[in-house]
Structure formats: C-alpha cells, structure tokens
Design a protein around this ligand. Sequence first.
Ligand SMILES: CC(C)(COP(=O)(O)OP(=O)(O)OC[C@H]1O[C@@H](n2cnc3c(N)ncnc32)[C@H](O)[C@@H]1OP(=O)(O)O)[C@@H](O)C(=O)NCCC(=O)NCCS
Length: 212
Amino acid sequence: MGIDICRSDLHVLSAPGKPAEVEMRAQRILLRPVTKADLEDYHKYLFGSPVVMAKYGKGEVKSLCEVENRIKTWTARWEKGDPFSGLCIRDKETGEFIGHVILGHSDVPGTAELAILIRPEYWNQKYGTEALRSVFAYAREILYYPLDGAPFTKIEATARVDNVASNRLLTAFAGAPVAQQYKHGALRNLYKVDLSEARQTAASQHFKKTAA
Ligand SMILES: CC(C)(COP(=O)(O)OP(=O)(O)OC[C@H]1O[C@@H](n2cnc3c(N)ncnc32)[C@H](O)[C@@H]1OP(=O)(O)O)[C@@H](O)C(=O)NCCC(=O)NCCS
C-alpha cells in the first residue's frame, strides 16, 4: 500500500521498497527524514548533550558512533519506504538545526512510539508544539500504512514524571497520562492516542469519494 499526498504543508510519497519522500512545513520549521549529513548536529546539540539527555531515556549521553548507528537505522527505514522513522527539524528559512522527532516502531504491532528532542537554545518557544502538530497531521495521513503487520491505530509516548516540559507538551496532544511505569530506572507517565476513530472517518470519506 502506498501513500501519495502533495499539499503546501505536507508532502508524502511512500511505498514499500522505494525510498520515502516526506516533507512537512509548519510556521517556522521544516521536518524531513534525517540523513547522515545531520549526524554532527544530532550529536552536538541533542544526543551528546547532558542537558538534553538528563531526563531522556536512561539519562546518558550517546557517543558519536552510537548516534551514527541510530541514524543508520532511521535512514534504512526511509530508504525502504517505511514512513515510521526519524525526522530532522530545521528552521524553514535558515536551515538552522532545531531538533529531532520520531514517530517510530514500538514493541506492539500497530502502535507507533513518539519521542521529541529540541535543541536547548530553542526550548520554551513553542517549537516542540509546532513540530508535534505537524507530526500528528502526518500520522493521520499514514493511517493506512500497516505498522509491523497490524493496522496503525495507536501512538504512545512516555515522559519522566519530573520532565515538566515533556509532560505539558504530551498532555496538549494526548490528554492526561493513562498510566505510570518504571522504565530506564525512572517513573514515567505513559500517554496514548487512539487513532481508531480517525481511521474509521478516513475510511468512510474514502468510500464516499470512490462511490461519488
Ligand atoms: C520536552 C521538549 C521537547 C519540549 O520542547 P519545547 O519546544 O521547549 O516545548 P514548547 O515550547 O512547545 O512547550 C510545550 C509546553 O511545555 C512547557 N514548557 C516548556 N519548557 C518548559 C520549562 N522549562 N518549564 C516548564 N514548562 C515548560 C510550555 O510552557 C508548554 O506548555 P503549555 O503549552 O501548557 O504552555 C524539550 O524540553 C526537550 O527537548 N527536552 C529534552 C529532551 C526530552 O526530554 N524530550 C522528551 C522526551 S519525549
């Protein structure tokens, strides 16, 4: 199953076996598949930064080599047309590096895991909000793309309970956390967004269009 969308804010061309083309344009930012050319920025401003990593994952900074391996995994997915992968966030006009967001695979078929990291100079200026708005719009456009063999119906994200900005950001898009769990040695809030209804609406609109 392929996806072909071309709008001023979103361009997606994705089919199994062919490199995916994705570009999202928001007010100030542009989101597009991460590439190996982003490696230095990813390491310097995000995964190698103790400030950014403090409440992310295990709280440990990553080496350049570890970041390179992550980027390889994400680019390999884009290359084979998998729309669930890492996106680089840059300033739309200047190309300045802003951050990273991933709507990726999880342990559960049909559920995508969401995570976002913004470069500290840009914190608390609504860049995270702007990026997630684009990613949620994107998610609604790829509802028909199977995720690990199951229909794509859920987005999950976690935030350490002491990560105020992340909890506020996720609550704005997913509502209140549905549970708490210990993961990577810290208590985390679990957020879930159910896309089943959006899938049904999209299906009925598609049916109306084809029937008309
Ligand atoms: C979490 C993160 C992505 C938020 O990005 P951001 O661009 O600063 O977020 P925004 O400016 O869009 O703000 C989102 C919400 O967080 C609040 N916020 C942002 N920074 C804050 C801070 N330092 N203290 C308290 N609240 C803060 C904003 O007020 C806003 O809440 P509101 O909509 O209720 O007013 C960013 O802080 C980050 O990269 N942190 C390190 C990595 C991380 O922990 N990622 C989360 C893992 S999913």
